[in-house]
Design a binder for this molecule. Structure first.
Ligand code: NIG
Length: 448
C-alpha cells in the first residue's frame, strides 16, 4: 500500500549536501513544494510535488514542514523511581555527582518486570509523540548480572538499539577492580546476546582510564560496537580513548581541549559519506544540491551511491551532545559549534534518564542547540536525525539483517518521518517549547 504525502511546504531531507544560502532559511537538503511516497516500510520516491506519482492513498501536508523522525542515539530508559530531591538540591547549587545512579539502581532492581515494561512503554510513547522514530537505550541501572540482563532484554522489547552499560558505576560496597572484572567477564557474556553496543562511563568517580580501557577491550573483542560517556564532568581521557578504540560515538563532551577536538576531527578525514572526503561520494552529492537535479526518479535512485558500506567503514567517532543534560546539570554547554567547525560529525540526543536529563524531547534539544549552542536550524536538525543515525551506524545502506538506513529522507531508506504543524523547521527554534510535531510515520506506519 503506497502513501503519497504531498503539498510539503519544506522537506528537510538531510540527504543532500550543498551550501546553505544565508538568510534564506535553506540549508543542505532542504526542498520546497515537495512530495514523498512511502511504500510499506521504505521510502519509494522523493521529489517535486508537481512530478509526484500516483499512490493508493494521499496525505495532504498543507504546506507544512516534513523532516526525518528524530534518531535519539543516547537514552537510559530502563529505570524506576525518580530523583526530584537530587534535582532540587542541584537547582539550589549542589553539583551533579554520579552517585545518584546508585539511587536509581536500587529502585530499578526493586521494580517488577511488569512495572518496568509499563514504564518503558510510557516513555516510548512520549518519545514517539515528540517525533522520535529510532531510539537507542542503555542498561546501567541493574549493575549485577541478573539485573543487567533483565534491563537488556526488556529494553530490546521496546527500542531499536540496546547498549550494555554495566560500566555505569561501581555499586556501593563493591571493589572497583573486581566489579570491572565482572563487567568484562561474566556480566558481558550473559548480556551479549541481547545487545549491539557497549558503553563505559569514563569519568572521575565512575571508571578510570585503565578500567575503561579494559571494558572497551573486552567488549570490542566480544564483537560489540563501542560508545563512551566522556569528558562530562571535567577534562579527561574519554574522548581520546573513544577515538583510539574507533568508538562510534563519544557522548557529553563538555570539557574538551584542543587535542580532543583534533582527535575527533582526525577520525573523519577519510570518511566518504555526504560532506566527507571530496572527490568521492561528497562530490556526487554536490551535483544533487540543486532542486532540478532531483526531478528525475533515476537521479534519486543514484543518490544511494554514497549510501554504501564505504560510508560505514570510513566513519569516525561522532561527538554526541546532550543539551538537556547540560542545562539540567548546569554544566558548560558542549562546544557543538567548535566541533562542527573543526570537521567533526555531531549528533544531538536526549539522554533521557532520571538523574541528569528527565526528558525524551529531542525537539527541546534541537531548540537549545540553536538558541544556545550556535547551530543553525538545519545543522541542529541534521545532528538530531542523520547525526544520530551516524552515531548508531544506521545512516547508510541496508544491513544484512534487512535494517534500512534511518535519519534521512531518501529512496530506499526507512520511512521514518514527522510532520510539523509549521511551515518550516525554523519554527522549532522560533517557537521554543511548542509541541509542533503533529504526525509521525515509523517504518511507514502512522504512529501519531
Ligand atoms: O548520561 N553520565 C552518566 N550517565 C547518565 C546519568 C545517569 C544518572 O545520573 O542517573 C548521563 O548523564
Amino acid at each position: 500500500m503506497a502513501l503519497l504525502i504531498d503539498s510539503i511546504g519544506e522537506l528537510s531531507t538531510q540527504h543532500l549536501t550543498g551550501e546553505a544560502s544565508p538568510g534564506s532559511g535553506e540549508g543542505a537538503g532542504v526542498l520546497r513544494d515537495a512530495a514523498v511516497v512511502l511504500d510499506g516500510e521504505r521510502i519509494a520516491w522523493v521529489g517535486p510535488a508537481r512530478h509526484a506519482p500516483a499512490a493508493d492513498e494521499r496525505f495532504d501536508a498543507g504546506g507544512r514542514a516534513v523532516l526525518p523522525g528524530w534518531v535519539d542515539s543516547h537514552s537510559h530508559l530502563v529505570f524506576a523511581g525518580d530523583r526530584t530531591a537530587e534535582f532540587e538540591a542541584r537547582m539550589a547549587g549542589q553539583a551533579y555527582a554520579a552517585g545518584g545512579i546508585g539511587v536509581t539502581m536500587a529502585a530499578t532492581r526493586e521494580a517488577s518486570d511488569a512495572e518496568l515494561r509499563r514504564l518503558l512503554s510510557a516513555r516510548l510513547a512520549e518519545a514517539v509523540a515528540g517525533g522520535t522514530t529510532y531510539l537507542e537505550t542503555k542498561t546501567g541501572y541493574g549493575l549485577d548480572v541478573p539485573h543487567e540482563v533483565r534491563s537488556a532484554v526488556l529494553a530490546g522489547e521496546f527500542v531499536d538499539e540496546v547498549t550494555y552499560l554495566g560500566a555505569h558505576l561501581v555499586p556501593a560496597g563493591a571493589d572497583a577492580q573486581e566489579y570491572t572484572d565482572l563487567v568484562c567477564g561474566e556480566m558481558l557474556k550473559a548480556v551479549l546476546p541481547h545487545v549491539r553496543w557497549a558503553d563505559v562511563f569514563c569519568e572521575r568517580g565512575a571508571f578510570s582510564e585503565e578500567q575503561s580501557r579494559r571494558v572497551l577491550t573486552a567488549c570490542r573483542d566480544a564483537g560489540l560496537g563501542l560508545r563512551v560517556h566522556g569528558n562530562q564532568l571535567g577534562p579527561g581521557p574519554g574522548v581520546r580513548l573513544a577515538v583510539e578504540f574507533g568508538a562510534a560515538s563519544v557522548d557529553h563532551v563538555n570539557f574538551l581541549d584542543e587535542a580532543d577536538v583534533e582527535a575527533l576531527a582526525g577520525s573523519w578525514v577519510h570518511w566518504t559519506g555526504p560532506g566527507g572526503a571530496p572527490g568521492q561520494a561528497g562530490e556526487a552529492q554536490d551535483s544533487l544540491a540543486s532542486q532540478d537535479s532531483w526531478a528525475s526518479q533515476d537521479s534519486l535512485a543514484s543518490q544511494d551511491a554514497w549510501a554504501s558500506q564505504d560510508s560505514l567503514a570510513t566513519a569516525g567517532t561522532v561527538a554526541t551532545v546532550l543539551p538537556a543534560c547540560d542545562l539540567s546539570t548546569r554544566a558548560p554547554l558542549a562546544p557543538a559549534r567548535r566541533l562542527l567547525d573543526a570537521g567533526v560529525q555531531v549528533a544531538i540526543a536526549s539522554n533521557c534518564n532520571p538523574g541528569t536529563s528527565y526528558t525524551s524531547s529531542v525537539a527541546y534539544c534541537v531548540t537549545t542547540a540553536v538558541l544556545q549552542m550556535g547551530l543553525s536550524v538545519q545543522e541542529a536538525v541534521r545532528a538530531a536525525t542523520f547525526g544520530g543515525a551516524l552515531a548508531l551506524r544506521r545512516h547508510a545502506g541496508v544491513d544484512a539483517d534487512g535494517q534500512r538506513a534511518v535519519g534521512s529522507i531518501a529512496v530506499g531508506h526507512r520511512a521514518d518521518l514527522q510532520l510539523l504543524d509549521a511551515p518550516s523547521a525554523t519554527h522549532l527554534a522560533y517557537r521554543p517549547g511548542m509541541p509542533l510535531t503533529s504526525a509521525v510515520w515509523r517504518a511507514g506506519r502512522r504512529v501519531r
